[in-house]
Write a protein of this length. Structure first.
Length: 217
């Protein structure tokens, strides 16, 4: 997923004055470019944040920029006003398109598991997965469909198709599981213990004599 954000080059105006005009100061930087100071319309920034995740690739359109019309970037850092919670500055990162990078990709869980309908609880163990790959291959989201999970089952890293990027987690790591309620777990443990005790008692009992056998005198 890629979205476009319109920006323009920032003049020498003071940051607070720009914010009063409804603009948000920003900067874009990367390993193969010089820093570019920008300003963004606050409404456009709010619209952007409502559509992206932390791993979304953004096409940054910079008006009046001599070298490029658009740059592929990721949001690196956002500073917020501690009182109003409005964004007051944004850092964008423009990666080298030929150099792999590491990035956290959010997880989205969809569906309802049969194990949930049976009384189990969804346990999400990771909100994101860190992956390694080229910027063009970084997914916007990792979607996990739990609609076939029974009680006690889960989805592991090895069960997920990550496309052309490599997850930086062990293949055996569980990402989500369906967990039985504690009361149900205790009942299952008690039933298992009773079964084991019964099996042990049967194994230790003497064999019964067959019908028709006579005692030796």
């Amino acid at each position: 997923m890629s979205v476009t954000l319109n920006t323009r080059l920032r003049s020498d105006g003071k940051a607070n004055a720009l914010r009063r005009e409804g603009l948000v100061p920003a900067i874009v930087y990367g390993p193969s470019m010089e820093n570019i100071p920008l300003v963004i319309d606050r409404r456009d920034l709010h619209e952007l944040f409502s559509r992206i995740t932390r791993s979304s690739r953004i096409e940054l359109s910079i008006s009046d920029h001599e070298e490029a019309e658009t740059l592929d970037v990721f949001v690196k850092r956002v500073q917020y006003n501690p009182i109003t919670d409005e964004p007051i500055h944004v850092d964008f990162y423009h990666p080298d398109p030929n150099t792999p990078l590491k990035l956290h990709v959010p997880i989205k869980v969809i569906g309802e598991a049969p194990g949930q309908k049976a009384g189990g609880f969804l346990n999400v163990l990771f909100d994101t997965v860190r992956v390694y790959g080229l910027s063009k291959d970084i997914p916007h989201l990792i979607t996990l469909d739990i609609s076939e999970l029974e009680m006690g089952e889960g989805i592991r890293v090895r069960d997920v198709d990550f496309g052309d990027v490599t997850p930086l987690l062990s293949p055996e790591r569980a990402l989500v599981t369906i967990v039985a309620p504690r009361g149900m777990e205790l009942e299952e443990e008690e039933e298992e213990e009773e079964m084991l005790e019964t099996a042990a008692a049967e194994e230790g009992a003497p064999a019964e004599e067959s019908e028709g056998e006579s005692e030796e005198g």
